[in-house]
Design a protein around this ligand. Structure first.
Ligand code: IDP
Ligand code: MG
Length: 143
């Protein structure tokens, strides 16, 4: 999910470019606003932490771009492309390392496990929004 700051700063294309170029297949994508109810579900694990209220305010503050991405080790590799949670620790070359400075404005969200990826995409997508298709470059990406 490209968070509201990523959308406002014109980084949608840049993020999608990186996801596409590594070889992943985007099987669902949309621009939408996160409702407070969705935000509470998404970040339930952080409830009670000092940054929780600010996080809900941030993620609901404007449109986001959400996508479901498929491919080998998609969670692990996407987290690497995204970079560490705190931009101070995010490597140059990662999205957060290249485009953000503060943990509370870190551009992008990515699921941290396949189990959470499923929980999270169900918050934002209905099954009808998935597109099942074959990508013609797959024979060159997978051996
Ligand atoms: P992640 O996004 O890398 O998975 P999490 O620890 O799950 O990181 O935290 C979720 C989001 O909450 C972060 O991406 C960041 O936007 C926000 N967040 C986490 N810790 C802090 C903090 O200490 N201050 C402000 N925001 C925070
Ligand atoms: Mg997380």
């Amino acid at each position: 999910m490209i968070k509201p700051d990523g959308v406002q700063r014109g980084l949608v294309g840049e993020v999608i470019r990186r996801i596409e170029k590594v070889g992943f297949k985007i099987i669902a994508m949309k621009l939408h606003k996160v409702t407070m109810e969705q935000a509470e579900k998404h970040y339930a694990i952080h409830k009670g932490k000092p940054f929780y209220e600010g996080l809900l305010e941030y993620i609901t503050s404007g449109p986001v771009v959400s996508m479901i991405v498929e491919g080998k080790e998609a969670v692990k590799i996407t987290r690497k492309i995204v970079g560490a949670t705190n931009p101070v620790d995010a490597e140059p070359g990662s999205i957060r390392g290249d485009y953000s400075l503060e943990i509370g404005r870190n551009i992008i969200h990515a699921a941290d496990s396949p189990e959470n990826a499923i929980i999270e995409y169900k918050i934002y997508f209905a099954e009808e929004e998935f597109e099942v298709y074959q990508k013609s470059d797959e024979v060159w990406i997978y051996e």
